[in-house]
Design a protein around this ligand. Structure first.
Ligand SMILES: C[S@@+](CC[C@H](N)C(=O)[O-])C[C@H]1O[C@@H](n2cnc3c(N)ncnc32)[C@H](O)[C@@H]1O
Length: 377
């Protein structure tokens, strides 16, 4: 809050933080560690949540910053929720709660970490946003709570970072399976943010109350799987594949539709389509062929084709033709895409002596007839 400290922080936004940590703090009542935490926070905020670049805002340690949702995905989720009473049971740094509660009148934040909750309380005060702040374990809160909320939101933390093992709900804090009954009886709707690593079929099997799943990518990088649960659902699950920061349309389907979908196969025609990563995560490889009336090149290639262009494809569209490998000029420049092909882009670049980048593309893949190379026209 001190003006001199704020000025020192702002003057050091681009300083090497390791070097800064070795220096003595110029202030008697604030350590260099605390100053560096605020500088790091501002650096992250610049990219991830610019609305927090205000005087008086405090930033938590790096782990809490990393765990926070980005402003972009939070804004998307907020447009889906509107009612009276909102509660975030895993408030963290409060980014999700700040946006998701926009269309609610009563807001409650629960967080087990007292220091973090105090930071959020300070920041919401600075931002002029009102809420009830509860420093408690959410399991205890749920056991004692008698109120019914319109929306209960959770963004559980990963317990460990072992990326190699199968990702289950039991690996999260809180364990959603252990509290699912309490969650469903405390709200009309339960909304949970999950990692893109989680398997959708597993989710649908262990949480039968799911009625909606959103797969959210930002610039084709899948960031979140968001599930919506309710006790009043019928037995259908609607799914939405979204690629934010692109002009690609949302791809909607009903869970299970892929099982009965039939793809039409064909050799490359004038237009080539690669679905965005939200769709690839959903695994609707046949459904996209059937719904968009596109031919698929190969069961494992997930590349599609048509003679006349369709405009509302949720992914990238190229105008291409099949070429002979001998026609690839040495030292020419291309963006290389390799899908269902034995060589990786790096290996392809070496083998054909191609430079990376430029406007044109080469796609190395397989059709039902075998290996093929496609080139932008
Ligand atoms: C991934 S972070 C939430 C980030 C938040 N959505 C945001 O946008 O800033 C998860 C938070 O849940 C809290 N948490 C985990 N288990 C909890 C529990 N059993 N009770 C209360 N809080 C819990 C953690 O302390 C952590 O701050």
């Amino acid at each position: 809050m001190d003006k001199n400290i704020q000025n020192y922080i702002n003057a050091n936004l681009n300083t090497d933080l390791h070097a800064l940590l070795l220096k003595n703090s110029p202030f008697s009542d604030v350590s260099m560690h605390e100053i560096v935490q605020q500088i790091k926070g501002k650096q992250v905020a610049l990219k991830k949540f610019p609305f927090l670049l205000k005087e008086g805002i405090l930033f938590p340690p790096q782990l809490n910053l990393e765990q926070s949702s980005s402003e972009k995905t939070a804004v998307y989720k907020s447009a889906l929720l509107k009612s009276e009473k909102f509660i975030d049971l895993t408030a963290g740094f409060g980014i999700d709660a700040y946006y998701l509660s926009e269309n609610f009148n009563e807001i409650t934040l629960v967080e087990q970490n007292p220091d973090l909750l105090e930071i959020v309380r300070n920041n919401w005060n600075v931002l002029g946003k009102k809420a009830t702040f509860i420093n408690q374990k959410l399991e205890k809160f749920l056991a004692e709570n008698k109120e019914v909320f319109d929306v209960v939101y959770l963004d559980p933390a990963r317990r460990d970072n072992n990326r190699n093992k199968v990702f289950l709900l039991e690996d999260l804090s809180p364990d959603i399976l252990a509290i699912r009954e309490e969650l469903l009886s405390s709200a009309t709707q339960v909304v949970i943010k999950l990692s893109p690593l989680i398997d959708l079929k597993y989710l649908a099997s262990v949480l039968p109350a799911i009625f909606r799943i959103d797969i959210i990518a930002v610039k084709n990088d899948v960031k979140e799987i968001v599930i919506f649960l309710s006790n009043q659902k019928d037995n259908k699950i609607s799914c939405n594949c979204v690629n934010l920061e692109s002009d690609e349309p949302v791809f909607k389907f009903m869970f299970g539709e892929e099982e009965n979908a039939v793809a039409e196969y064909g050799e490359p025609e004038k237009y080539i389509y690669i679905p965005n990563n939200a769709i690839l995560k959903a695994g609707v490889f046949n459904l996209i062929s059937q719904k968009m009336r596109l031919k698929k090149l190969h069961p494992n290639s997930h590349i599609y084709t048509s003679d006349s262009q369709i405009n509302d494809f949720p992914g990238r569209v190229f105008e291409m033709k099949v070429i002979d490998a001998k026609k690839i000029q040495k030292k020419s420049q291309y963006n290389i895409i390799s899908k269902n092909y034995p060589l990786k882009p790096e290996e392809i670049k070496k083998k054909y002596n191609i430079k990376d980048g430029g406007e044109k593309y080469l796609i190395f893949t397989q059709s039902k007839k075998g290996k093929i190379i496609l080139k932008s026209v």
